[in-house]
Design a protein around this ligand. Structure first.
Ligand code: NAD
Length: 370
């Protein structure tokens, strides 16, 4: 059986505590289910800076580029607030995204029935919600040139950012969205603002052409991004996969995230282009939350976002669909049983720490596989 190569980058703060639960899960998958994972562990963020003055070493970058997938915890914390800008903890994550050419960011928003009451929306609006936002990550207004502040010489300045997309960038991100839709409910909604933006006109045109050429079996709809924001909080269950650009995706995925309750529950994946020879995509999986310095080291962090990120890794990097489904089901059942970490605690539930939550999910996984 082929070896599955994983690079683990736990990072700072609660990153290592959450990653430890995934490491235990990987051990179980290897020992009980012969999964063949081979892991290496590297440093990123503040911990890498402390060790060698960089937010990620060249050696660890090489390991990341050679791995089948990278699992990333979280970086940052007050300890590194005053380190030079180029080596700040976040620079390690940006370097990984750039060098691995991760252009597609996948953010699922799943509302576990047991947590429907902790959303800011009515339970019936979010219960059982399962949508996926596919955000373009390497283009658009965050990267376009010119990007500057110029002095107009009359006491005024002008700030300029440039929203720019080329055909190939829209083709490849919409291709990812259509392919993922085929593994779900086969529906894609593309969001842009073609009513006021030329890049939006092109976006809509290219998404439609890509759909017609290769993915006409998938149901495609278009929505203006502002209306999309409104629909996401009005009736989010109308969506399956949403594909959108970098800026709108940044905002819409945060809106979708909050439909589901806590930051400690949200996984994400970032994918690159398929390799010309093997067809495999470079990929990095990480929880949406940061290093949570306020609770780091206390053993109370919620490991579910990290564990659910690993479930995405099983699904998208290794095509281990059954295992991914089982792991997601294990999470849902543990929540149904009333187990809660502090961040998602509510009356009448049973509060547990990081490791006990990891234990429960692993035990449930084993039971579901039996
Ligand atoms: P944060 O996500 O770390 O924390 C926000 C709040 O949510 C905190 O109260 C925290 O305790 C809570 N929280 C987050 N994850 C949790 C979990 N798994 N379980 C329980 N509670 C959880 O965001 P922040 O406080 O704005 O940033 C802290 C540090 O993390 C900063 O240095 C920031 O730059 C960094 N950060 C890193 C990433 C990343 O690594 N991708 C993302 C965001 C922020």
């Amino acid at each position: 059986m082929a070896t599955r190569k994983l690079l683990l980058l736990p990072g700072d703060g609660i990153g290592p505590e959450a990653m430890a639960q995934v490491t235990r899960l990987i051990d179980v998958l290897n020992s009980d289910f012969n999964a063949g994972f081979e892991t290496q562990t590297g440093l990123v963020g503040g911990s890498a800076y402390d060790a060698h003055g960089q937010s990620i070493s060249e050696e660890d970058m090489k390991l990341a580029l050679a791995a089948d997938a990278v699992l990333f915890g979280a970086v940052g914390g007050p300890k590194w607030d005053s380190v030079p800008y180029e080596v700040r903890p976040e620079a390690g994550l940006l370097r990984l995204r750039k060098d691995m050419e991760l252009f597609a960011n996948l953010r699922p928003a799943i509302c576990y029935p047991a947590l429907a009451a902790s959303s800011s929306l009515k339970p019936e609006v979010v219960e059982g919600l399962d949508i996926l936002i596919v955000r373009e990550l390497t283009g658009g207004v965050y990267f376009g040139d010119p990007k500057e502040i110029i002095d107009l010489g009359n006491g005024q300045k002008r700030g300029i950012d440039t929203q720019v997309y080329d055909t190939f960038e829209i083709e490849r991100i919409s291709g990812v969205a259509f392919e993922l839709a085929r593994t779900r409910q086969n529906k894609v909604c593309s969001m842009e603002k073609h009513n006021v933006m030329k890049s939006g006109v092109l976006w809509k045109e290219v998404v439609s052409a890509t759909h017609k050429a290769k993915y006409s079996d998938v149901e495609l709809t278009h929505m203006l991004a502002d209306a999309g924001g409104m629909q996401l909080v009005r009736w989010p269950k109308q969506f399956d996969v949403i594909v959108t650009d970098n800026l709108f995706g940044d905002m819409l995925s945060d809106v979708a995230a909050m439909l589901t309750g806590s930051l400690g529950m949200l996984p994400s994946a970032s994918l690159g282009a398929p390799d010309g020879v093997t067809g495999k995509r470079k990929a990095l999986y990480e929880p949406v939350h940061g290093s949570a310095p306020d609770i780091a080291g206390q053993g109370v962090a919620n490991p579910i976002a990290m564990i659910a990120s690993f479930a995405m890794c099983l699904r998208y990097s290794f095509n281990m669909i059954e295992e991914a489904d089982r792991l997601e089901k294990a999470i849902a059942e543990v929540l149904n049983d009333g187990l809660r970490t502090k961040d998602i605690m509510s009356e009448g539930m049973n509060e547990v720490g990081t490791e006990a939550m990891g234990d429960a999910i692993i035990a449930k996984y084993r039971a579901l596989a039996a």
